[in-house]
Design a protein around this ligand. Structure first.
Ligand SMILES: *Cc1c(COP(=O)(O)O)cnc(C)c1O
Length: 421
């Protein structure tokens, strides 16, 4: 399938008059429509709620937009909790799914009334020591170990991941939490990442539903909600078939009907903590070609670099590139598309077939809406870009300004030498 940017060259040329490249651009219309579709897919479940994984796109304007769509937030750090609070999320609209958690973060989450999702068995005591009590509503993160398979495909390797409790531990945890006063329980698991298949959620759900029935039978705990967490992926590559969230919702419904309803658990609420699926396709990185270099390979040098989008450098991740205005030309040139870091892995694309790129061309790097800007850093003293929102009415709102040298130097505020920048 051809991947088309959600923005036209004409519109981009208008935008770059006000906002210099590089920048991340988000598509309000796409975000809203997708969020509505998710809601529709799970409308059959009375208590359903999506808790947007803040770490994917930690921007208050995005969070507010998602709040309007009925989402809560999933946080895993102090500042994510603070941002959620500042955006008006409160109480059980906030899920705190962290790991290796510092005590002050548990305390802050509890103060906000957030649902705390315990990553480990030992965190029961740690939480009680920190708060002085165990909250009435509490969730535990499950890790079944082994590998997570769909048919014969290994999707991921939970046995190698640091998250969650073993089967034995979660049973013990429920008993202890119940004895310490917990009344409403949740179960959470995240077993595979970026799954581009409609089968992941239904399989995960069935596994968690079966666990929930056993936990209820064995411990007498009231399982109030089951959290399918994140992991629904997006088609980064043009040949990938996108997930169909309506099909996924139906698949989960079947498992629910098969397992929970007969066990008298037809009132269990479902929740999700999607990040990538909610935002990934609805953001792009806009950058300009500023150099061509011809050595042992052909290079296009752009004005963005890995600090703006780390996934290719970090995971070798594929991000589709469109050379704006040249969509209909043949892809008969092979390039490495590179940034300016003094790191040879600072490449947005390697051996990529593109139309001939000329200096000044605008390039759209697709699917940067989640885990894009958010993973940014400041290596080589590079500054983070602006984030812009393309609104439904076609106007553009700056939702984060670009960093300036002053921002980069601000943590030296205890001395005078850099105060003039
Ligand atoms: C990262 C994360 C998510 C979101 O994952 P996506 O792949 O973006 O859907 C959800 N929950 C937890 C606990 C996470 O760490």
């Amino acid at each position: 399938m051809d991947k088309k940017p959600f923005v036209t060259l004409e519109k981009l040329e208008e935008i770059v008059k006000d906002y210099p490249t590089p920048f991340h651009l988000y598509d309000e219309k796409g975000i809203r429509e997708n969020a509505m579709k998710l809601k529709q897919a799970f409308a059959w479940n009375k208590g359903f709620k999506e808790y947007f994984a803040v770490k994917a796109t930690p921007n208050p304007f995005i969070l507010q937009l998602l709040k309007e769509c009925g989402c809560g937030t999933d946080c895993s750090s102090m500042t994510e909790l603070m941002m959620s609070e500042a955006c008006g999320f409160s109480g059980e609209e906030i899920m705190f799914s962290s790991n290796d958690t510092p005590p002050e973060e548990f305390a802050y989450a509890a103060k906000l009334g957030a649902i705390i999702n315990l990553d480990d068995f030992t965190h029961i005591q740690f939480l009680e020591d920190t708060l002085g009590y165990i909250p009435e509503t509490i969730s535990c993160r499950f890790n079944p170990g082994g590998v997570f398979k769909i048919s014969n495909d290994i999707m991921d390797n939970p046995g190698d991941s640091k998250y969650g409790m073993t089967t034995e531990q979660i049973f013990e945890a429920f008993k202890i939490l119940k004895a310490k006063g917990a009344k409403r329980f949740g179960i959470h698991a995240f077993l595979a990442s970026n799954t581009v298949t409609n089968e992941y959620y239904p399989l995960l759900a069935r596994q968690l539903f079966e666990l929930a029935v056993k936990l209820k039978e064995e411990t007498g705990a009231c399982v109030a909600f089951i959290n399918l967490s994140g992991g629904i992926g997006i088609p980064y590559r043009p040949d990938q078939e996108p997930n169909d969230i309506l099909v996924i919702g139906e698949g989960v419904r079947n498992a629910y009907q098969d397992v929970l309803v007969p066990a008298g658990m037809g009132d269990v609420a479902l929740c999700t903590e999607l990040g990538r699926f909610m935002l990934g396709p609805y953001g792009c990185l806009v950058t300009r070609a500023i150099h061509e270099k011809h050595t042992y390979k052909e290079y296009v040098g752009v004005d963005a670099c890995a600090v703006n989008l780390m996934r290719p450098a970090m995971y070798g991740a594929y991000h589709h590139v469109t050379v704006m205005g040249k969509e209909d030309l043949p892809c008969d040139h092979m390039y490495d598309v590179v940034g300016s870091l003094c790191e040879n892995n600072d490449k947005f694309a390697i051996d990529r077939m593109l139309p001939k790129v000329d200096k000044g061309d605008l390039l759209v790097i697709h699917d940067t809406g989640a885990h894009g800007f958010a993973m940014g850093y400041n290596y080589n003293g590079k500054l983070k870009s602006a984030e812009l929102l393309l609104k439904e009415d076609g106007s553009v709102q700056m939702i984060r300004r670009a960093e300036t040298p002053k921002d980069y130097f601000v943590t030296f505020d205890f001395c005078d030498i850099l105060k003039n920048y």
